[in-house]
Design a protein around this ligand. Sequence first.
Ligand SMILES: [Zn+2]
Length: 146
Amino acid sequence: MSDDFLPGLDVPKNAARLKSFRADYESRLAHTSWKVKQGHAKELANGLCWNCSNPTTAFEVHHRTYARLWHEREGDLVAVCADCHRNLDRDRVEKMERFLEECREANSIDSLCCKKYGDDPQHWPIDAEERAEEWIDDKRSQGEWE
Ligand SMILES: [Zn+2]
């Protein structure tokens, strides 16, 4: 399979876990319920790319978020033209890379809190560290890198 599988989602690094993650992904893509969701997104598009509004018949279905992967709500999936799909996915990968780079630079929860709440820990919310950790976990699990 190509490297563009779930682009912008922080998938497992461990080889065995990644293999089973991919197998699960493949089988879900093959499942009827996925085809129904894809079809629905394409119907809603009404012939126009969600991103550039150009008419197209060659729709691809893009995940705007992975927050509800395989349990998507309407609006999580949009039908786009192939060019926009590539661009949207590339943007997400770039955001992920920037974010992960920032995490590496931050090097600790404390420095992340400094970034989010300012340099003085006295002005941080009482649960700043928990919030920072949750924030990172959410980003990682949802593929949302804004
Ligand atoms: Zn487009």
